[in-house]
Write a protein that binds this ligand. Structure first.
Ligand code: DLL
Length: 431
């Protein structure tokens, strides 16, 4: 089922015409109302979509420099909602929405929920955090629009989440993939069988996750897992999401125009080439953004999808350009480490990458935890136990093959690696 067939299955030619009109309107709106864009873009003219590539980028630092409300295009009184991203590096990034932006957000999020299987009347357990983070409310308001029953569980309190899953029997669960893994782990400990839960679909996002985590979630929760992407600066969740084909995430490109650029040179890259995703909002009124560098690394495709939606699709994210670690001259994304680890049956799907740069040559340690089956066989994580040695060598060999990097593997006791209730921290750098 398609939530809005007229928009989602629109012919590519009609959509391109719509995108151009909306782009011109957005530029005029931003230049006329936001001093930052007036100075940046002045008399810039866009006669064709390709002309966009000549305009300057907007960076996250531009948002920080205009903290908190300096990039709003409307008086504060016309803003009906404010959200902010977590701000691990200083002040949070603040975003605002007009009433019409809220309609847009509900619309694009409704599309992604329906693409994942959401239907009127379904019960949704929403385990994304409510608050300044866009996850909780982003799902909540769209699920209500569809006519679903929302359980606003919010993040955290894993035992309560498990109780609600067992007693309410929701059709769907949404959460960060790392928190959902933790929920699945506790359910298994409590002896709940995935098929008894009766979940029909799960919607996960807000952090990078691999197909290995997808398989672990599907096994642990007993339902297909769909990837949903978004970022507060652009709108929140709902920028893109997977359909039942799960061959890329459909971008709501009548609202957000995607480009892929080379993160070093800033030059545009073609379809199928991996690079940094740049997004331009086409309908946002409170805080339009032109050529916003997301920092997220992916590829774009416009090949037809069997679901009938005609939008551009993006591949599952490799990670963020700034999450890429350079270790002994080798470029490593945490997601590649995860991909290599998750094929090992004797490990639980949790890891911590510790990069110690205090010595001249960086030392990399990967901490992994044994699965219950391994502990039943050998009841030890001591490094000198032969089975532990064998497991450590297997993991080291896999990482070497996947990353070309020698990594020290430590098997830690069960539950040593901190479990996430929101966005997981998988990398610790000591400098
Ligand atoms: O994480 C919005 C969101 C909420 C998306 C719920 C999906 C579900 P921010 O907190 O602003 O917004 O963080 C945005 O998170 O630039 C990506 O680096 C990362 N991210 C979001 N979705 C995915 C995903 C929300 N599906 C940043 N896969 C983005 C990988 C993701 N990374």
């Amino acid at each position: 089922m398609i939530w809005n067939p007229r928009a989602e299955a629109q012919s590519p030619t009609d959509r391109a015409a719509l995108q151009l009109t909306r782009l011109q309107e957005t530029i005029a709106w931003a230049v006329g109302r936001i001093p930052f864009y007036w100075e940046r873009l002045g008399a810039a003219r866009v006669d064709r979509l390709d002309d966009l590539a000549r305009l300057p980028f907007t960076l996250k630092s531009d948002l920080r420099e205009h903290y908190p409300f300096g990039l709003f295009a409307v008086p504060r009184e016309e803003i009906v909602r404010i959200h902010a991203s977590s701000g691990t590096k200083g002040k949070p990034t603040v975003v605002g929405y007009t009433a019409s932006d809220m309609d847009t957000w509900r619309e694009v999020m409704a599309r992604t929920i329906v693409a994942a299987g959401g239907r009127r009347g379904d019960l949704l357990q929403n385990a994304f955090g409510y608050g300044l983070f866009t996850g909780g409310l982003g799902f909540h308001q769209a699920a209500e629009l569809i006519g679903m029953t929302v359980v606003p569980a919010s993040s955290g309190n894993t035992a309560r989440q498990c109780l609600l899953l067992r007693d309410f029997k929701p059709a769907a669960l949404c959460a960060t993939p790392s928190f959902a893994l933790h929920i699945a782990e506790i359910l298994a400990e409590q002896g709940s069988k995935p098929e008894q839960l009766g979940l029909r679909y799960g919607m996960f996002g807000a952090e990078p996750w691999t197909d290995g985590v997808r398989r672990a979630l599907e096994a642990g929760l007993g339902c297909p897992a769909y990837d949903i992407y978004g970022l507060s600066e652009i709108i929140g969740p709902g920028v893109s999401g997977e359909c039942e084909a799960r061959e890329g995430l459909h971008i709501a490109d009548d609202h957000f125009l995607p480009e892929i650029i080379d993160p070093r040179s800033g030059e545009p890259l073609g379809a199928g080439q991996q690079g940094e995703l740049v997004l331009t909002t086409l309908t946002k009124r409170a805080m339009p953004l032109i050529r916003y560098r997301t920092g997220d690394v992916t590829t774009l495709t416009t090949t037809p999808c069997r679901c009938g939606r005609t939008s551009a699709r993006m591949a599952r994210l490799v990670g963020r350009a700034d999450d890429m670690l350079i270790i002994k001259g080798v470029n490593v994304y945490p997601s590649e480490v995860e991909g290599a680890l998750l094929g090992v049956a004797d490990l639980v799907p949790q890891y911590l990458l510790v990069v110690d740069r205090t010595a001249a040559l960086a030392r990399v340690e990967i901490q992994v935890e044994p699965a219950a089956a391994f502990l039943e066989r050998c009841a030890s994580v001591a490094p000198d136990h032969p089975a532990v040695g064998k497991l450590r060598s297997e993991v080291a060999a896999r990482l070497k093959a996947a990353l070309g990097l020698s990594v020290e593997v430590t098997l830690v006791s069960p539950r040593t690696i901190p479990r996430s209730e929101g966005k997981a921290v998988r990398v610790v750098e000591r400098t």
